[in-house]
Write a protein that binds this ligand. Structure first.
Ligand SMILES: Cc1ncc(COP(=O)(O)O)c(C=O)c1O
Length: 382
């Protein structure tokens, strides 16, 4: 079914006031997600203790996330953040044997490097794969780093700094050839690209609901491939990670037989109301249609930037790009501030302003951005 994207824009009030190009930091808030927050408040004010509903909300987030990723609900832990999921996973890995190496790339979000470095006292060796001369990291660059001592290749899908997308199938092939597992940090792609963890053949995937999943901060997920759920026992645990949450047994740790064993304590209840609403809306629109639209908008944005003589540093090829277009500036903070004065919401990392696109953006947003960039070029282009 063809989506009516223009009609969907009306569901995001901020779009009536701003050119919103900031979904890679956090999404525009949909009316339905706001209503979910309000439903939580109603429950708290008028029902008081609503434990049964709370539990169903968290389970609903688990199921919707599984649908989104083409996983089974038993392979999904609902976490408080990507960092919480990665810490639980790291705690279940053993780095004392010969396979003690963790391979990360230069494109990682800090948390997906820091957490692996934090395992060094436990025996982990962290190896970084650098960029090639053109700034990209092709799969071949991983060839030297991934070997028989590699336990885990922990890589981002799309780089938060420059919008570059790694060649996940190519890197997974290299990891498989050496018997290493693969963790995909898909926070910068999930919801904007169509992701199938089975087709990608990754072992773990982590993301959160704040960005393209239309939800909020404080809730995320960790996918753990079925084959590893039972063999990995996190030492980072808690009562919500137990087989029977209601058992209240203080004599032993009895982890859930599902990926819930990677959870910890009381879920962020209000966040699961918002997370559920965001995921439902996203799945109604459908990630294949979203991906197509995002590529068409980023392609157009990059072409227009070329035309005005201020090219982006994001790779041009679709297979090397996600939803973010990064534009270098001699002062990226000032560039974002100037854009904000013109009601254009972007963000910046390093020397680049980042314009990130979702299905609720349109060609007029691209043109508004380009018009502002044309005005600012003399002062702020590199
Ligand atoms: C790619 C990526 N990974 C991880 C994170 C951090 O996630 P969390 O704060 O949920 O731990 C971010 C946040 O921006 C991100 O972009």
């Amino acid at each position: 079914m063809e989506q009516n994207f223009e009609a969907l824009r009306k569901e995001f009030p901020v779009l009536q006031r701003k050119t919103y190009l900031n979904s890679g930091s956090y999404c525009a808030l949909a009316n339905e997600v706001r209503a979910a927050f309000e439903a939580y408040m109603e429950d708290r004010l008028l029902v008081g203790a609503n434990w049964d509903v709370w539990v169903t909300k968290n389970e609903s987030v688990r199921k919707l996330t599984a649908t989104l990723l083409n996983a089974s609900p038993d392979e999904i832990a609902v976490t408080a953040s990507v960092s919480a999921g990665l810490n639980a996973l790291a705690s279940a890995l053993n780095f004392t044997g010969a396979r003690n190496k963790v391979v990360v790339s230069d494109f990682e979000f800090p948390t997906n490097a820091q957490i692996w470095h934090a395992q060094e006292p436990r025996g982990a060796r962290v190896v970084h794969v650098p960029r090639a001369a053109d700034g990209y990291i092709p799969a071949e660059m991983f060839e030297k780093a991934i070997d028989e001592q590699t336990q885990l290749v922990a890589i981002t899908h799309v780089c938060f700094r420059n919008g570059a997308k790694l060649d996940i199938p190519g890197i997974v092939r290299l990891a498989r050839a050496k018997g290493a597992k693969v963790l995909l940090d898909c926070y910068q792609s999930v919801g904007s690209l169509d992701i199938d963890v089975k087709a990608l053949d990754v072992d773990f995937a982590a993301g959160g609901m704040l960005k393209y999943l239309l939800g909020t901060a404080g809730i995320g997920f960790l996918y753990v491939r079925d084959a590893f759920v039972k063999s990995l026992v996190p030492t980072n645990s808690g009562w919500f990670a137990q087989e029977n949450i209601a058992a209240m047994d203080i004599t032993a740790n009895r982890p859930s037989p599902t990926a819930r064993r990677f959870e910890a304590g009381t879920p962020a209840v209000v966040n699961s109301y918002a997370g559920e609403a965001g995921l439902k809306l996203l799945l109604e629109v459908g990630t294949p249609a979203i991906e197509k639209r995002v590529y068409s908008l980023t392609r157009r944005c990059m072409q227009r930037l070329e035309e005005i003589g201020w090219p982006s540093i994001t790779p041009v090829q679709d297979e090397r790009r996600g939803a973010t277009v990064a534009v270098p500036s001699r002062d990226s903070a000032q560039l974002c501030a100037e854009l904000m004065k013109r009601d254009i919401v972007t963000s910046y990392r390093d020397d680049n302003a980042r314009a990130s696109f979702h299905f609720y953006n349109n060609e007029d947003d691209v043109e508004a951005f380009i018009a502002a960039m044309t005005q600012l070029r003399g002062k702020l282009a590199p």
